[in-house]
Design a protein around this ligand. Structure first.
Ligand SMILES: Cc1cc2nc3c(=O)[nH]c(=O)nc-3n(C[C@H](O)[C@H](O)[C@H](O)COP(=O)(O)O)c2cc1C
Length: 202
């Protein structure tokens, strides 16, 4: 049975306890990551990069770099969400390889004009794309019957070393994916609607 988007949003929780024996099949990884690759990016720069890890030895190393949070080892898969900081200025024409040449020329020109020489903006765009992809990943995983936990509780340097993060790439966050065996605590939140949502202006 397919899960409706609202149901996936309701049911997604940050799950900390996973069945350590569960293995995620290749076809599920492909299905999930292909959904993630539909996540929109500014100027279609597709600046996100993902390292998927289903190796318990590497997961153990990641766990040690993550204040020993159990879910890093016990989940079926760990995804490191990264981005190529230079994607906006690295031959952006290639992002439009299926579009007519004149469209590719025009859009790549605009992309370069928008990002060239603006390191802060390139950095912000990396985090924006990672954030968007993260939510796609968590909701798609939920719809496939998996649980997730988004994580920033890790030491970046050892993790960057483990995944051999290239120069000019950014490591944004980690998401573990697996079969939860214990529900999350009752939700705390959201805050009052009017504290978070404004009409027309603050
Ligand atoms: C960017 C980000 C980083 C997080 N890092 C961790 C983490 O390192 N460990 C953890 O157990 N939960 C982590 N969480 C989970 C949050 O605590 C959780 O999303 C929040 O309490 C709301 O609960 P819910 O996701 O179950 O709705 C993180 C969540 C986000 C969005």
């Amino acid at each position: 049975m397919m899960m409706d988007t609202f149901e996936a949003i309701e049911q997604r929780r940050s799950i900390k306890h996973y069945d350590p024996t569960h293995q995620m099949p290749d076809e599920d990884v492909k299905k999930l990551m292909n959904a993630v690759l539909k996540t929109p990016t500014s100027f279609n720069i597709q600046n996100y990069r993902f390292v998927v890890i289903r190796d318990k030895g590497i997961q153990q190393e990641l766990k040690e770099a993550s204040w020993n949070q159990a879910q890093v080892l016990d989940a079926s898969m760990v995804v490191l969400l990264c981005a190529d900081l230079k994607a906006p200025v690295d031959n952006p024409k290639r992002y439009w390889y299926q579009a007519p040449t004149e469209v590719a020329e025009a859009l790549s020109g605009m992309t370069l004009q928008f990002y060239d020489g603006k390191e802060d903006l390139q950095h912000d765009e990396a985090l924006r794309s990672i954030g968007m992809a993260a939510q796609t990943l968590m909701l798609a995983a939920k719809a496939m019957g998996y649980d997730t936990c988004p994580m920033i509780g890790f030491q970046p340097e050892p993790v960057e070393k483990i995944i051999k993060l290239p120069k000019d790439y950014l490591l944004g966050m980690m998401i573990v994916v697996g079969k939860g065996i214990q529900p999350a605590r009752d939700r705390s939140g959201p805050l009052d609607y009017n504290e978070l949502v404004f009409e027309n202006s603050f």
